[in-house]
Ligand binder design. Sequence first.
Ligand code: ZN
Length: 277
Amino acid sequence: MSEIDGMGTERATCWLAPNPSAMTLDGTNTWVIGEPGAEEVVVIDPGPKDGVHLRRVVDGITAQGRRVGLVLLTHGHPDHSAGAVKFAGLAAAAAAAAPGAPGGTRAGTVPVRALDPRHRLGDEGLAEGDVVVTGGVELQVMETPGHSDDSLTFYLPADRAVLTGDTVLGYGTTVLEGGLGDYMSSLDRLRKFSEDVEAVTILPGHGPKLDDPIGALDHYINHRRERLAQVEAAVAAGARTAKEVVARVYADVDKSLWPAAEWSVQSQLDYLNERRP
Ligand SMILES: [Zn+2]
């Protein structure tokens, strides 16, 4: 935990949520992004609705003499988003109570922006091509569907850091709920992007940061291609349903992950079927 909690770059710091599991690895990484010396920070993925974690992040930001200007979500899965509204409330209250805060009747609010309108707080959405600037720090928004249809990746150009949410994890592989075709396109795009901007690190939604973005993305892309070849082989050998394919292809994987793997396999089967002439 200590290796992950507190890791980051000059402008990004990870606050690890205490929700470890097979799916969330060490827990959810809540990212606090701020320009050095700036009063306002952006928080990406407040995490699950865990009051102790949410308060720890708000208190940590407050202790630095800073306040939360904006909350962004990489996607709407509850381990990233369920605490967002509560977090925004705590952050707004902390900002209002801070010494020197503008008093009066106008209680501040902290917006939550996400691709999926169901996870927003306030009027502003978040989509491909958006450039978010808060407290002088810039984040560029890319839509990278695959893990989920609403998955976003944020690029922090000042640190050449790519915040991938669950599209790329610190280790292991991500479960796909969206289409494999979408996911492969997202990985290819992130690889090309990382090469173009000479990205130096990936800051994932779970697990440790990855200081070789191209290597990490190649590993992901190759892994998907290998799995796809295995699924093709399993089908050729007679497996018909996702469940049957999982039993063959994921024989080396902990059985607790099999139900989740079925989602991935189903999208692999769909992908292969779409491509069949
Ligand atoms: Zn997650």
